[in-house]
Design a protein around this ligand. Structure first.
Ligand SMILES: *Cc1c(COP(=O)(O)O)cnc(C)c1O
Length: 596
């Protein structure tokens, strides 16, 4: 910046094969040239040309590949507007191919469209949000039809696919003749704006270098280039200069990021894993899985809302946004990733039924490296809290089959829960009960560490256990009176131990065994006797916590008992809060601590 040498060619040296590194040491303005060289080492391409955006890179790639005016270019129906825009900019006509709800190209539709458009000789495959399609198949299809394949790797830097030939994972961008990358702020490398063209082809590299804005002999200032000058001189005067160069400041911002890329990838993947784990118990969320052969870089989260109406999906986005979690629906009327909004690229809106069906429910959330573990717990909690509420509002029924307000005897309780196993989870998802469960589990993240030993009292089919486990609580035990429920819970592998136990009797645990006890839907309807607390307090460690949901309509039947322990100096109340979840009854959430 002191020298003012921000133009990428503002240095004296010419680079030829022999002088590659030595001549550049003292040149202050070689940032872009060095970045191109380093980037090519990272991706494993022979040549790299840095430009001002991935959109520019795609545009130049099509020009370099020889696209003529009004020629067709096949591409994904699910991608960012920059992709069809680059096609239109280069004079082409996009032909859109259906994608499936896992965000991949529909290979059958590829075949159909390749067959229906024998004149189409170009294909931009977009690895949208890092989801990489069946590339081996696509490469084969393109080879057979003599189609030039260009990969939009804007969002797939660092993503890998399994290469059958070498039997190892390789970085994306090697199936096509050209791969384009982005360093716009939302991508793994961030310079605000920036892009790269990567190729192994001498002629394509030369064309891109010239067309990006390398006039006269400036191509000789490129480190990552074919060193045979004839290749440039032959075409130089017939290649237009589009002035799409990257500048040195951008390159200077990017160069230090390359060596820490792997670190960044694993940091993102860790955050992603935490968040998807939290979302796992939500029945209405489907998180697309990458192909087995693909290792995605998870710098953002995508998921499909399932079994919701469009109206509910919009409410979900609105309500999460009000609480600070900014989620986008790809198929929203304002979203530039929705093909129906690409009016510049067609006369009539193309019919893409399969893509249309999922994009309207496909959600997008950018992750940030600044998110802490607590932030991610909160984000996951907000998503589930909003979703569970929306689902319950839709259904408006607490229990389709009704629920008695009290039980005759223990046998009635047992048979009720034994018979409820098959549809217990579904009903308690639909009626919003999981809103309480996720709240309980999330609340505990503020008081416990994930290794603390927790007993889920009345664990039933494991619904609360799943919520606890989603926030990474690993040390869970469960007890219940219903054998059938326990058998069901066992199949999820979330509890260390599951015990068939009657509350009110002596419990088969040593004194001071647990850091925390949790219980939802147990201390209600007089299902368990008041003397149950005695044993629970015994097995709880001093300073240990007991978080319990109590029903309100029973004249404080259980709460009055707890108060006796407060007065006796055995328990103290940390908080008590109203928690309205079912419309047929109100609940209070009470957190107590065992005094030392
Ligand atoms: C970001 C992005 C682009 C465009 O990149 P720019 O550098 O902003 O032009 C293209 N394709 C995909 C899949 C992207 O995510």
């Amino acid at each position: 910046m002191e020298t003012g040498y921000l133009f990428r060619y503002h240095f004296d040296a010419e680079i030829c094969e022999e002088t590659v590194s030595s001549d550049l040491k003292d040149e202050p303005a070689t940032e872009v040239a060095k970045l191109e060289d380093e980037f090519s080492h990272y991706t494993g391409h022979k040549y790299v040309v840095a430009v001002n955006s991935c959109g520019s890179a795609l545009f130049l790639s099509l020009k370099a590949a020889g696209l003529q005016h009004s020629e067709k270019v096949l591409t994904n129906a699910f991608t960012f507007t920059a992709v069809p825009s680059s096609i239109v900019h280069a004079g082409g006509i996009p032909i859109y191919i259906e994608c499936n709800n896992q965000y991949l190209l529909d290979i059958d539709d590829c075949k159909r469209k390749i067959e229906a458009n024998p004149d189409a000789k170009f294909f931009i495959v977009s690895h949208m949000r890092g989801y990489v399609s069946e590339m081996d198949l696509l490469e084969e299809l393109c080879d057979e039809a003599d189609i030039c394949l260009i990969e939009d790797c804007a969002h797939s830097l660092g993503a890998k696919w399994y290469d059958k030939k070498s039997k190892q994972d390789k970085l994306t961008g090697h199936h096509g003749q050209i791969a384009c990358f982005s360093s716009q702020s939302y991508k793994l490398l961030n310079s605000g704006e920036g892009g790269f063209i990567a190729t192994d082809d001498d002629k394509i590299a030369a064309y891109c270098i010239l067309a990006a804005g390398s006039y006269e002999k400036l191509y000789q200032k490129h480190l990552s280039r074919p060193f045979d000058n004839h290749i440039f001189e032959e075409i130089k005067l017939s290649v237009p200069n589009f002035s799409l160069r990257m500048n040195n400041l951008t390159a200077a911002i990017l160069r230090p990021q390359l060596p820490i890329l792997e670190e960044r990838i694993s940091a993102y993947n860790k955050k992603y894993k935490q968040l998807t784990n939290i979302l796992a118990p939500a029945n209405n969320i489907d998180i697309p899985k990458s192909l087995k052969s693909v290792t995605r870089v998870c710098d953002s989260l995508q998921f499909n809302l399932i079994n919701l109406t469009i109206k509910q999906a919009n409410e979900f986005v609105q309500q999460t946004s009000e609480r600070g979690v900014k989620i986008q629906l790809f198929g929203h009327k304002d979203n530039s990733r929705y093909f129906k909004n690409w009016h510049y690229s067609f006369k009539e809106i193309p019919v893409l039924k399969q893509t249309d069906e999922f994009v309207c429910f496909a959600c997008d959330l950018k992750l940030s490296l600044s998110f802490t573990t607590d932030d991610i717990d909160l984000i996951g909690y907000i998503i589930k809290d909003v979703l569970y509420k929306i689902v319950a509002e839709e259904n408006q029924v607490d229990y389709p089959t009704g629920l008695t307000s009290s039980f005759e005897d223990l046998n009635e309780v047992i048979s009720k829960y034994d018979n409820w196993v098959s549809d217990y989870d579904q009903q308690h998802h639909q009626n919003g009960w999981k809103k309480l469960l996720t709240h309980v589990a999330y609340t505990l993240t503020s008081y416990l560490t994930t290794d603390d030993k927790i007993l889920d009292i009345g664990c039933g089919t494991g619904l609360l256990g799943k919520e606890l486990s989603s926030y990474n609580f690993k040390n869970l035990d469960g007890l219940d009176i219903s054998e059938k429920s326990l058998q069901f819970a066992k199949t999820f592998n979330i509890y260390n131990g599951l015990f068939k136990t009657e509350l009110g009797k002596t419990l088969d645990f040593a004194d001071n065994s647990f850091d925390a006890l949790v219980s939802c839907g147990v201390f209600t309807r007089q299902q368990v006797p008041l003397n149950s607390f005695e044993e629970l307090i015994r097995i709880l460690k001093p300073e240990g916590l007991f978080l319990v949901a109590l029903r309100v309509e029973d004249n404080n039947y259980y709460y009055n008992k707890l108060k006796e322990y407060y007065i006796a100096g055995i328990l103290s109340e940390v908080f008590k809060m109203q928690f309205n979840v079912l419309s047929s009854c109100n609940h209070e959430l009470v957190l107590v601590k065992k005094l030392a």
